[in-house]
Design a protein around this ligand. Structure first.
Ligand SMILES: Cc1cc2nc3c(=O)[nH]c(=O)nc-3n(C[C@H](O)[C@H](O)[C@H](O)COP(=O)(O)OP(=O)(O)OC[C@H]3O[C@@H](n4cnc5c(N)ncnc54)[C@H](O)[C@@H]3O)c2cc1C
Length: 485
């Protein structure tokens, strides 16, 4: 008789779940067999890894949905609580023993601490004479499988993307794993899922992020029906609802890369044609999902990025500005630069920020204020509903010119021209910076150009916190000095 323990982590779904399908295949039929689901509530580990309360809230609400879906498969979901991440392996083993499970299945996570935790878990299971099966599930291709001609990890996105597309033509797109059939009924009750975990009380309206796998699929289907074809033309405008907003669901694994790619292919009227034929929006969206895949591969190939180290080691010597006052103004959305403040307030109010504005705010912090990218990375992680180490670190290091595919250091976004180009009418700014709601015309991008009296009436900084062109020169010089050694 085999009873399998399925350990859920960042894969909170029953459809297309490699480890869950394997656990169900391994389990024997009958009341002594079956599958038990496990989730470890791990506030110490979450705090250490800067999980945002809004993300934990979405996880807990999704767990409730997951528990209901598992019940339909006769799989109970039990919860255990770990004080620190070091306690997790023995806790998982204790759960296996308590519920008479002789085999463990889980999907791999690729962050360094998570990898070490999983290796330790396998060790304790083997030492106890039990089996543990780790499965690759997060990416279309196992990290490290897509390599350059010389057998190295790609360090630049475009060639990685080309190689990934080529692989999909040659080997086919990995298939979505079917939902397992219901298991034999077993006599184990599911645990209640807490409404909140102390230390992670979220102030974001939960209605902004409906929970669960079913909702993620609804969102994907709607995006594919209405917005994927014009995606390329609309994706850069923060005032337009032109992107999928699926990142929180990918982060907690309520939906998978495979399911996203399958839906995008299905949406293509030339669906049997190669992946890059048909509406540009579809190909472009697939390549955005590949950015996520790329950063996971980077994390595996260059684990130093998980340890706060720069991807480009030469940039480690940069002496960033330690100005706490500037960092605080940035984080609170009161820099006096409307597009930056709008982005930071969107993050605080909703737990999410539009990709274009993530780049603008990150460049402003690192290039204009010259604050260490690690401080911004951490702030984002602590507030994002989609906080994901690989993508967050990748985005921050890209913006700071310390990362992969680094934007050349001399190409620094000007936040004013970005604002004029991507929020031309200022709708996005007005939504998130209500002090500027009545400002008309071009001044919405640079309210300091308003006549004195009008400016005084605004409850908004009279001038930007930093001189944009001088600070730009300072950043260029710092990087130029670095290049010249
Ligand atoms: C400084 C910075 C920090 C970021 N931090 C995170 C983070 O913590 N978590 C996160 O998921 N994304 C992060 N991103 C990437 C990107 O901003 C978000 O994935 C995107 O805004 C999510 O919105 P969406 O789901 O509507 O995306 P869509 O435009 O609909 O794209 C579909 C999916 O592709 C992936 N994707 C899109 N753009 C990127 C990208 N540039 N890098 C990696 N994956 C991408 C996402 O999973 C996204 O859900 C960051 C980007 C920057 C510049």
């Amino acid at each position: 008789m085999t009873r399998a323990l399925m350990w859920f982590r960042s894969d909170l779904r029953v459809r297309d779940n490699t480890a869950l399908a394997a656990a169900c295949r391994a389990a024997s039929d009958g009341p002594q067999g079956g599958v038990v689901g496990l989730f470890v509530v791990s506030p110490g580990e979450w705090a250490e890894h800067d999980f945002a309360p809004v993300k934990v809230d979405l996880m807990l609400r999704t767990l409730r949905e997951l528990s209901a879906s598992l019940a339909e498969l006769n799989i109970p979901l039990v919860l255990a609580e770990a004080k620190t991440r070091h306690d997790v392996p023995s806790l998982v083993l204790a759960a296996a023993k308590q519920h008479d499970c002789d085999t463990l299945h889980f999907n791999l996570e690729h962050e360094l601490n998570e990898r070490r935790r999983d290796e330790r878990t396998i060790e304790v299971f083997e030492a106890a004479g039990l089996k543990a099966g780790a499965h690759h599930d997060q990416c279309l291709s196992t990290p490290g499988d897509v390599r350059t001609g010389e057998g190295r990890f790609f360090t630049v996105f475009t060639p990685f993307k080309k190689a990934s597309f080529k692989r999909m033509y040659e080997q086919g797109v990995p298939e979505v794993v079917p939902v397992p059939r219901p298991q034999a009924k077993i006599d184990i009750a599911s645990s209640p899922v807490p409404g909140v975990v102390p230390g992670f009380e979220s102030s974001v309206d939960p209605a902004l992020w409906p929970a669960g796998e079913a909702w993620a699929h609804k969102r994907l289907a709607k995006f594919c029906a209405d917005a994927i074809v014009p995606y390329k033309a609309r994706r850069d405008f923060p005032g337009v609802d032109g992107t999928s907003k699926l990142s929180p669901y990918l982060t907690i694994g309520a939906i998978s890369h495979r399911q996203c790619i399958a839906a995008a292919i299905e949406a293509n009227p030339k669906s049997r044609a190669p992946l890059d034929v048909g509406p540009e929006g579809i190909t472009h969206w697939i390549s955005e999902v590949l950015w996520r895949e790329f950063y996971i591969h980077i994390m595996v190939g260059f684990p130093r990025v998980c340890m706060g180290r720069a991807f480009q080691p030469a940039t480690e010597v940069i002496r960033w500005n330690d100005d706490d006052r500037a960092f605080e103004a940035w984080s609170e959305g009161r820099t006096g630069v409307p597009i930056v403040d709008a982005g930071m307030r969107q993050l605080a109010r909703t737990g999410w920020m539009h990709n274009r504005v993530r780049m603008i705010t990150a460049m402003f912090l690192t290039k204009n204020l010259f604050v260490d990218w690690r401080k911004g990375e951490r702030w984002f992680m602590r507030h994002l509903v989609d906080g994901f180490l690989a993508s967050n670190n990748g985005g921050w290091q890209w913006s700071a010119s310390t990362g992969t595919d680094a934007a050349p250091y001399f190409r620094i976004f000007n936040p004013i021209s970005q604002s004029q180009k991507f929020d031309e009418q200022g709708e996005y700014i007005r939504e998130f910076v209500p002090e500027l709601a009545d400002v008309q015309g071009e001044a919405i991008h640079e309210p300091w150009t308003l006549p004195g009296l009008l400016k005084m009436k605004l409850d908004y900084p009279a001038e930007p916190i930093v001189d944009i062109s001088k600070s730009r020169e300072r950043a260029i010089e710092a990087f130029r000095d670095l290049k010249q050694g």
